[in-house]
Design a protein around this ligand. Sequence first.
Ligand code: PA5
Length: 426
Amino acid sequence: MLSIDFKNCLNFINNQELSLAVKQAKKSDEVLLSGQGEGSEFLGWLNISKIIGRENLAKLYSISKKLIKINDVVIVIGIGGSYLGARAVIEALQHKNNRIKKYPEILFAGNNVNENYLRDILEKIKNKNFSLIVISKSGTTLEPAIAFRILRRKLELKYGKRNASERIIAITDSQKGVLKQIAEKNSYETLNIPEDIGGRYSVLTNAGLLPVSVAGCDIGKLLDGSAEMQKNIDNSGKNNIVYLYASLRNLLYKKGKVIEILAAYEPSLFYFTEWWKQLYGESEGKDGKGIFPANATFTTDLHSLGQLIQEGKRNIFETVLIKEKSENKLKIPFDKENLDKLNYLGGEEIKNINRKAFLGTVKAHTEGGVPNIIIKIPELTEKYIGQLIYFFERACAISCYMLGVNPFNQPGVEAYKKNMYKLLGK
Ligand code: PA5
C-alpha cells in the first residue's frame, strides 16, 4: 500500500492543527459520499466497482485485442481529461511494456493546435498500419476535432472509407455530441464515457482504460489497485492517507504556501504529474482560491527550479513521489584511470544514487523553508499506479470541499474558447 511520510512538515504545522484539519477532511469526505456537496451529479468515479461493468469490460478487451493485432501504431486523440490519464499510466509503466514488441506504439494527437506536431505524426505513420482512438466526452472540443478530421482523412486515403471506419474507435457521451453523430453515421465502434464522470476523473473509464490496455498494461490490476485504495479509505476511519494529504496541503495553503510542486524522481512519472496538475488545477482553481499545482522531475529540475525552490519566495511546498523498489539494476563501472574521479561510486547502483539525491534534497528544501510531503510507492506496477490514481482523485474532491469550491466544474475554461471562436468566426 502507498504510504505518506509527513515528518518534514512538522516544523511548519503543529499536531493540534493537524488533528483538527483531519476532522475537517473527514467531514468533507462525508459530504462527498452523501452526494450532498456541490457538483454531486459527477460522482460516478467514487465507487470503483461500479465504474465499468463486466459487459463493458468484455467489449473493451475485444476491441483492444483487435487493435493490438492489426496495428503498428495507435493514435489516441484527445485533450485534458480525455488524454492525460491514459498517457500518465502508459508512460509510468513503459519500463515494462516498451520491451514487448507485440504491442503497438501509442501516439497522442489532438492535445494542442500545432502544425509541426501533427506533421511529425503524419510522418511517423507513413508505411505503418495504424488506427485511431478518438476521445471526447462533449464531442465538440476543437483540438481533438481538428486532429481527428486530418487523421481520419489520412486513414480513409490509406484503407478506403469502409475499411477505415473499422479502424476508428470513438469514446464519447452515450447520447449527445458531434462525435457521437459522426460515429453513428459511419458505423464506428463506440465506447461510452459515463454521464456522471467528468473528464479529469475519467482515467478509470473507457477513456483511459482502452488506450492503456492497447499499450499492454493490465487494466484488471489497475482497477484492483484503485479498489484497494478505496477500501482502505472507506475502512480506516479518520486514520487514512487521503485525509492526511488533504489536511496537510490545506493547512500549508492557509499558512501562505500557495504553490504545490509534485516532484517525482522517475522521468516516467512526468505525465502522471501532468495528470495530477490538471486534476488539481481545474478542480481547485476557482472563486479566487486554489493552490497552484506545478510539477517537476528530479534530479533534472534541481538544475532549473532548484535555486528557486531553495531560496526563492517562501510560498512553496512539495509533494514528492518516491518508489521503494527498482525494476532495473545498473551499476557504475570502475575505471582504472579514474580521470573523472568517480571511482568513489564504482560498483554503486544508479538507484542508490537517486535515493541519496532524494534524501539530500528533502533535507535541503525542508531546512530552506519548503515543507515536504513524501508519498512512498512500493513499486511502479499497475496495482500501485491504480492506488495512486484513486488516492489523488479522492483527496482532490475532499480538498476542494475543504476549500469551499465545487471539485467538478470548470467554468473558467470557457473564457478563452469564447474569444477564440469569435476570432475564428464560428
Ligand atoms: O476535465 C475536464 O473536464 C476537461 O479537461 C476535459 O476533459 C477536456 O476539456 C476535454 O473535453 P472533452 O472530453 O469534452 O473533449
